[in-house]
Structure formats: structure tokens, C-alpha cells
Design a protein around this ligand. Sequence first.
Ligand code: ADP
Ligand code: MG
Length: 685
Amino acid sequence: MDRNTSVLELKGIGKKTETLFAKLGIRSVGDLLAHYPRDYELYEAPVKIAQASPGSVCAVYVTVTGIPNERRAHQIHILNVNVADSSGSMQFTFFNMPFLKKTLKQGGYYLFRGTVQMRGNKKVMEQPKLFSLEEYKKQTDCLIPGYALTKGLTNLTVRKAVRQALDLCESQEEYYPPQILRDCGLIPEREALESLHFPANRERLLQARRRLVFDEFFSFLYLLRRNRQASEGVENRFRMFETADTVRFLEHLPFSLTNAQRKVWQEIKDDMSSPVCMNRLIQGDVGSGKTILAVLALLMTAANGCQGALMAPTEVLAAQHYETVAEYVRRYGVCFRPVLLVGSMTAGEKREAYRRIETGEANLIIGTHALIQDRVRYKALALVVTDEQHRFGVRQRERLAKKGEDPHILVMSATPIPRTLAIILYGDLDISVVDELPQGRLPIKNCVVNTSWRPNAYKFIAEQVAQGRQAYVICPQVEEGEMGNLENVVDYAEKLRCALPSEVQVAFLHGRMRPADKNRIMEEFAARSIDVLVSTTVIEVGINVPNASVMMVENAERFGLAQLHQLRGRVGRGNHQSYCIFVSAKEDQETMERLQILNRSNDGFYIASQDLELRGPGDLFGVRQSGDFSFRLGDIYTDAAVLKMASDAVDSLMAEDPQLERPQHRALRQRLDQTAANGVDFRSI
Ligand code: ADP
Ligand code: MG
């Protein structure tokens, strides 16, 4: 048995469970080990009722103060029980658990654990779990992992499977040279996997996480550096000159460039006409207007008789860029001959696109990963632009560039990262910053509210829709039951259909839908035949629907502030006043204070840094700082120190043995090649 063994070989896993695991991308024992917990539940010592804060999960040790009250409503048996301790009282509600009536005796003492909620001004718990004191004591202060699940698969099934996988899988040979292990204080990989899945305590968990985060960063940075070696100081084969095309285009545009945009445009022109090939990152907050800069560079390329390609992370975004460009052609007669290439096109459509690309009939190719398929051959690829760069792996960027002969490279990103980190993560690129928003934008109005405010929010959305606007509603999960009791897209859309007037068109969107369906929904939203779009964070990347004026985020407490800021960037893109409603299911002071930061600032860099400061680097699970640079565990903000360490380790190793050819580096070399081959490419899920 090794890491390639199928999960079917494990005890208790039959065909049915195998299918469920496959839904999560888990096929082998190795996949299972790499299915890291999403968070951990800590069974803390019981608290007094007075200290149990609404929204939090806690245990209370209470006495039953009255005779349990039972009734039936719509086939459901409801049992209400009043309880108290020395500090106060609360009520428990149980559904379809009639037998509890006999178990719970008036005057008896019991330990319950559940989520505290407010009903009026009364504290309540719904379906809390009953524990014996003994049983609870055993679990106290243990960290119980919670895994990403799918309907039909329980957390316990995953835990059991992971336990077997760990027991059956022997340790692998250590691949880091001893010096790296020592200098960076890393524990062995096998031990790290054990402690990540079954942590003995918090300290062991953090050690485990540190090792695995280091692994992620190390391989990412190594591949990045290797890439850089290949791209540095490459001769410019496509020296380009400014033509009347870009000048005229700028004159036609309904707006003039901001100073920041003008500066970056100059840098791009200088690069593309210099003796050395362009390798540039454009960093700018959401809405700062990066797309137009890409369009200008692509137009200069087309005007110089060459081909340019624009790669976007999603079909929706690619289609949107294509529309923008097609509109410029129609309206201003710019010299683009654009073609769209995405996975969901029919074979015939693709063949036609390939033909136009290969013959050079198309001088601007817009698409998704489809652009890097082997089948695609370019005539004269001189410029490669990747939008929302963090969504692509290093290898994908590399592959697109290889489609041409040393094309110019331009990457665009809205990830707010401080300069020190940018140099590590984008070491192979020159950096331009668009640090100014276009004029005349009305600042977005924000509010942070609890779930009881929902009816007002729905009323507000209905009003905005009546005025011709559109709204987004974001939920953290796709369908019911993946994680605790979080809102999910599918059910929420149904709920909204009932809550909003019948003429309001509600639809939903999530990452597991077929690309063609996603495109259709986004097109309908852009065309305003959908008024309210319920979505997961797939919407976070780059979408531009200026008519949308409301962004409502459910379970806002689950998101990193930088990510919420990205979501907020989807509205306020036109000239309508826009609004953000952050709904938090947790109401403790810490959560509220954290979310209030969004109220105070519109600056992505500031927000990310404040979030980090407030939560402290110790708080590593639960909330992800941002959906960008989607490492499986690592987070570029919270793990900045490990990132720096991995970066130094890669640098010194490469100085010593750039190709890792020495015998003592063979294991590491193998491991990195394997990582690259497996396509563990740090793309977003
Ligand atoms: P992002 O930087 O997030 O990719 P976009 O490029 O999508 O932002 O631009 C957001 C919106 O701002 C678009 O509708 C775009 O047409 C508009 N825009 C870009 N530059 C300017 C400008 N200088 N003045 C006014 N509007 C602009
Ligand atoms: Mg964009």
C-alpha cells in the first residue's frame, strides 16, 4: 500500500463512498492525506450561561428548571426545555427527539453543547448535544478536525478513512537537506500529517501546519525561480512602436486615463520598445482600471502586426473581456480581429478558432486555460496577458509564454500585497502600481449587521431592483451540509425567491456548475434578465457589471477581510450609489470589530494589514485572509514569516546547486518534479 493506492482498498469504503470521495477530488490514499481539515473544533470547558455569547458554540452545565414542554407543528415534534445555572437561564429546543422528555428530569444536572442564539431577549440553543460529564471531560481541550464534505459524506467517515490512510502509509524518505530542516526548524512530513489530522494539542498542530506550509511555499518558489532564470534579460524579438491606433483609441474613450494609468501605460510602451523583453506585473486595487491598460498593450501589439493573447481565470471573465473588446471594434473601429477560445465551445467552434489563430487571421486571442492546450498554435504570439494572475499556477503562465517565442509578458493582479511580499512572490517581474481610482466614483456605503436584519436587507434589495439596479448575494457554500450551519447558495436562492416580490428574478451561480451554465447565468445577469444573483465567491474575480449596486454577504465572519474587500469591488463600478451589507452570524465583539474595519477603509492594503494585526498570526484556521494565491494551507499574509524563510532557503539552495543535480538533492528534486507533474499548481479551487 502506498499513496497511489485507491481509497477503495480501505476498510469501510465501498463503491458508494468512493463516489462521494471522488466528488471532492479524492481518489487515492495520498489524496486523502492531502485533504486537510478546513478547521478544528475545540471542546472548551463549560461556561456559565451569562458568559455564553450569542453566535458562539459553547458547553453549559445546567439544571432543568421546569417540565419539558412538547408540541407538534407540521409533522415535527418540538420539545422546549427551560434550564438554568447560578448565573442565569436559557431555553433548549429539540426537534423530533421525543425520547429526551424522559431522559431530562426536572432538577437533574446535564451538560449540553451547542450554538447560542437570541430569541427576543432570551438565550436559546437549538438541538444542543447532550454529553455525560465524563465523556465531555475526555474531549475537553481536544481539537476535532472538520473536513470539507459533500452531501452524504460525514465528518466521521472522513476521519476514519484518514486514520487508516495514516496507519497504512509508511514514512517517506526525507527530501530536504538536513541543513534546511535544522535552520527552518521543520518536523518530518509524516509526523506533520499525523498532527494536522489528529492534533494532540494546539502547539503540535501549529508545528505540523508550519512544515506543510513550508512545503507549499518552497515548491511554489522553486518553480517560480526556475521560471525566472529562463525569462530574465531575454532579448526583445518584438520591438514595437507606438502608432496612431492607441492614440486615437484614447481620444475616443468616454473617459481620460487617471494619472496612475497614464504612468503605467508609459512603462508598458517603454518596455515593449526596449531591447529586453517585457516582464511586468500591474498591481492595482479592484476597480482601479487595469483592463484598459491590457487593452492598450494588446492594441499596440495588433497595430504592430503581431498577435496578443489575454488569459482569464474563468470563462465568465474571458467572455466578458471578449465582449468589451468586440464593443471597441464596433464603436471605434480599432484594429482588433478578436477570437474567443474557451473550453465549453463546441468542437466545430474550437476548430474554427484554432484555424484563425494559426493563420494569423485573429490578432487578439481571449480565453481561459484553453489558450494553452497543445492543439492551439499561434502565428506570431508577441504579448501574453494574464488577468487576475494569482488564479493561475506558475506553470500555466509558463506554458502560455512558451506558445510563442519569448513573447512580452504582462500580468494583472488585484491582490493587495505589501512590496516586500510582492518581491518574493513576483520576483521575476517588474512591478507597476495603479494606486488611484478613476474620478467620480461614489464611495460605497457599508453596513455590518446580524441575521435579524435580513428582512430589511431584502426590502432594500427589492427597492433597488425596482429602481432598475441589480444585486449580488454571497454565501460561503454551494449546498447544504458541507460545513456546519452555514448559508448555502442553492437553498438561499430558493429562500430569496420566496422573500422577494415575485417579479424579481433570482438565480444562482457556483464553481461546481458546468462552465456553459455559468456563462449563461453571467450573460443573463449582465443583460439584466436576472436581478439578484446568489453566488459563492466565484464572483469575486474580476466581474464587471456596473449596473449592480448591492453586494450582500452572508456569514461574512467566515471570510478574510481582503476577500470581502474583493467582493465589495464588484459593486460601485458605475455611477450609481452602491451598498454593501455584511451579515454576520456571529455577534461577539471581536468579530464585529474586525468587520467594522471594512467600514473605515476602502484601501485593500490597509484592510489586509489591519485584519492580520487584529487577529494575530496565532489565529491560523477558520478565516482565510484571501482567496488569492490559493495555497492549500499557507496564507501569504498570516504565514509571511514562513514565506520569507522558504524564499531564503530556495535562494541559498539554488545558489549552491541551481538544477538540484547533486546526489544529496536527488530526493528533493524528485519531489519537486512530482509536485510540478501532479499539477499541484496553487490554483484556486
Ligand atoms: P479592475 O482594475 O478591477 O480590473 P476594470 O478594469 O474592470 O477594473 O475597471 C472598472 C471600471 O472602470 C470599468 O467599467 C472601466 O471601464 C472603468 N474605468 C477604467 N478606467 C477609467 C477611468 N480612467 N475613468 C473612468 N472610468 C474608468
Ligand atoms: Mg479586472
